[in-house]
Design a binder for this molecule. Structure first.
Ligand code: B12
Length: 160
């Protein structure tokens, strides 16, 4: 796949078993993966996106405070002028579809398999159309957030 994914578990969170599973499956699917490990700060995400020219960012976090770190990471990517160059995939036990849309992620995926599916769809589409191009499932394991519903910039569109 002609796509580079930077992935990590957010700052303060030591959980990595599920993330590592996703990384393994992404590598098997022939993606270039930059695994930043655990306890990853917003700066580390920003620097890695720049250094490796990543086009996808995967953010994971199990713990409740992680939700705010996810928001920070997306804001820092925006401030660094990188937001329009990457698609952002998030997941965590306390991440809801609505929250993912509100913080400006492009998609969420509850399982490693569906995370890979989202990345495959993105890898086949140019960034400008990618959010809308995803297959969307209501109440399913993954979804995407084209502009519209949750904020003026981004939101969730559901397709049955
Ligand atoms: C194993 C575990 C640990 C291990 C972590 C080992 C490791 N190195 O990863 C240890 C013991 C270190 C740990 C510590 C803690 N834990 Co813990 N832990 C768990 C446990 C039991 C399982 C997590 C797990 O690995 N599941 C298996 C993997 C395969 O599943 P997964 O991670 O969900 O991954 C799947 C998806 O999420 C998805 N996915 C994964 N990564 C990504 C990334 C992206 C981008 C995407 C799209 C998808 C995706 O794909 C995966 C496969 O389908 C859960 C309870 C549970 N049943 O979930 C609690 C749990 C996550 N822990 C919890 C807590 C509170 C803690 C502690 C804070 C406890 C404490 N007071 O000390 C500490 C962390 C302290 C710290 N800050 O350092 C809580 C979190 C509650 C909350 N929401 O805030 C849980 C839910 C337990 C509970 N019910 O209270 N924990």
């Amino acid at each position: 796949m002609d796509s580079t994914i930077v992935i990590g578990t957010v700052q303060g969170d030591p959980h990595y078993i599920g993330k590592n599973l996703l990384v393994k499956k992404l590598i098997e699917a022939d993606f270039r993966v930059v695994d930043l490990g655990i306890d990853v700060s917003a700066d580390m995400f920003v620097n890695a996106v720049k250094e490796y020219g990543a086009d996808i960012v995967g953010i994971f976090g199990f713990l409740i405070p992680d939700l705010e770190y996810m928001r920070d990471i997306i804001e820092e990517l925006d401030k660094a002028g990188l937001r329009s160059k990457v698609r952002i995939l998030v997941w965590g036990l306390t991440v809801t579809e609505k929250f993912a849309g509100q913080i400006g992620a492009d998609a969420y995926a509850k399982k490693a398999e569906t995370g890979v599916e989202v990345c495959k769809q993105w890898a086949q589409k140019p960034p400008s159309v990618v959010s809308r191009a995803l297959t969307l499932f209501e109440g399913g394991d993954y979804g995407a957030f084209p502009p519209g519903k949750y904020s003026p910039k981004r939101g969730v569109v559901k397709v049955k």
